[in-house]
Design a protein around this ligand. Structure first.
Ligand SMILES: [Zn+2]
Length: 257
């Protein structure tokens, strides 16, 4: 749920400013939908219609995450109906300022996606009661920022805490992840939604723009960041994942099958 390694946080923050072109492109050179320069427009990778889902995503975004150029949450906003993704920015969410969030915590169908010893595997959750839907709260920022939000808002623990148990290799390769199980916010939400909505395609559709974003950034000089665990093992798992992805997309030759 965090987009980069704590150790790189400070450097990365300032580097993101360094990446801002001195002469920003003129307005006409910007895509009106994804708000990116036309040369790096991602619209072709978004679904033509918003995904129809029953779960609502509530992102609690650390204020510094918003200022980073490569935050992944806008990719989700381009794919999900506006009423299914609610973004609240802050470090402390006091009841007086955020009454709707506190009210949400009283609902038995509200989930907090955050790992911990008491967190349940999201796969083992049953269906929500008839006529109700799940709301998932996700903390968005670096790992340190996400922890900061978690510890500063103890009321969040009122929600049923869930975690993802998965073997997905993060495809957000332009940022260092703390370990081979770490996912960026888009990936964590994509996999969670696939499980809750019982639709594997959702993960693929939501991760596709992220993959495209990384490809574009790499073509424009970004470097691949490995996480801090064994690189060989990760490369092997990444290859397996790529193969399975291509197979699903029908792009695997007979020999490779
Ligand atoms: Zn665009």
């Amino acid at each position: 749920m965090a987009d980069l390694d704590d150790g790189e946080d400070g450097n990365d923050f300032f580097r993101s400013f360094a990446d801002v072109p001195l002469n920003p492109p003129e307005k006409r050179d910007m895509c009106s939908r994804c708000k990116r320069p036309l040369a790096v427009c991602l619209c072709a990778h978004f679904p033509s219609h918003f995904l129809q889902i029953s779960t609502t995503i509530h992102v609690l975004q650390h204020p510094r995450e918003e200022s980073r150029l490569l935050t992944t949450v806008p990719l989700l906003e381009a794919c999900l109906p506006p009423d299914k993704i609610v973004i609240r920015r802050g470090r402390r969410f006091h009841k007086n300022d955020w009454p709707d969030l506190h009210e949400l915590l009283n609902k038995p169908t509200t989930l907090l996606l955050y790992p911990g010893p008491t967190a349940e595997n999201i796969k083992t959750l049953g269906e929500p009661p008839l006529g109700e839907n799940y709301d998932i709260i996700v903390l968005d920022g670096t790992w340190r920022q996400a922890k900061d939000i978690f510890h500063n808002n103890p009321f969040l623990c009122q929600a049923r805490q869930v975690q993802l148990e998965h073997d997905h290799i993060s495809e957000y390769v332009i940022r260092t992840q703390p370990n081979s199980k770490s996912l960026c916010t888009v990936e964590a939400i994509a996999l969670s939604l696939s499980i809750l909505e019982k639709n594997e395609e959702i993960a693929e559709i939501l991760i596709r723009p992220l993959r495209a974003l990384c490809k574009i950034q790499l073509e424009h000089g970004a470097v691949v960041h490995f996480n801090k665990e064994n690189e060989d093992e990760i490369m092997l798992r990444a290859k397996r994942q790529e193969r399975s992805h291509r197979k699903k997309m029908g792009g695997l030759s007979e020999k490779e099958r």
